[in-house]
Design a protein. Structure first.
Length: 229
């Protein structure tokens, strides 16, 4: 019997290579798609984790507040707040303002020392910040306005009357925040405050709203002006 040992013909070789290329393309496409999907899912999951962490920190800050709260338009890193900066009705939950906002918290220790903190949403950077101890007012006479100027590191310093100072550090709470809104108008009478955060990553939008019950009595007033308002 005669054996044919010529191997693959040119046509068979071309067909084999073509089939291999098709399979390689399919595999590469699948791997690329899976990798892209993983990155999108991972980024979305990380954004949701940041959002929940931010809400948890805001909730803890709200619960521990025992003096005052105040909600303003703009980025306010000190306590020189004008009347026109206050957000009307102390809420923009239903129609969130498309601009930066600052939410102030005031607490008073047993020795009478007042400390103020703030949550700042920078609309342009789509970032939510926590600004610690923007003003510390010692128990004494006078009112500390806490005037100061910020630096690139997010620190401020200043002095006022009444033995107070304004020193703070900025901490990023969450990024990719396309919307932040608060409702503090029932903080005094019903001891409830509402928050809303919206994040967007890779065209995927996630919204979360939370209601927090305050542990202590508070007044709605600008930092250092609790008795004046």
């Amino acid at each position: 019997m005669r054996k044919d040992n010529r191997g693959l013909t040119l046509i068979e070789l071309v067909v084999t290579v073509a089939i291999a290329m098709v399979f390689s393309g399919v595999i590469l496409t699948f791997v690329a798609g899976a990798s892209k999907s993983y990155r999108r899912t991972s980024a979305g999951a990380q954004s949701q984790i940041e959002m929940q962490d931010a809400l948890d920190q805001i909730e803890n800050l709200t619960i521990s507040t025992n003096l005052s709260m105040y909600y303003t338009k703009g980025i306010n890193k000190n306590t020189n707040i004008t009347a026109d900066q206050k957000i009307a009705n102390d809420s923009d939950m239903d129609r969130p303002l498309a601009q930066s906002k600052t939410l102030f918290f005031g607490s008073q220790s047993e020795d009478g020392t007042k400390s103020y903190y703030s949550i700042i949403w920078n609309a342009e950077k789509k970032t939510l910040y926590y600004f610690s101890q923007i003003l510390k007012q010692n128990s004494g006479t006078g009112t500390d306005t806490g005037s100061g100027t910020g630096t690139g590191t997010g620190e401020t310093s200043g002095t006022g009357t009444g033995g107070g100072s304004s020193v703070g550090t900025e901490q990023v709470l969450a990024e990719n925040v396309t919307q932040f809104a608060a409702d503090i108008h029932h903080a005094s009478d019903q001891h409830t405050v509402r928050f809303k955060i919206v994040t967007q990553v890779n065209d995927r939008e996630v919204e979360k709203t939370e209601t927090v019950t305050l542990r202590n009595d508070v007044v709605i007033a600008a930092p250092g002006r609790e008795t004046a308002e």
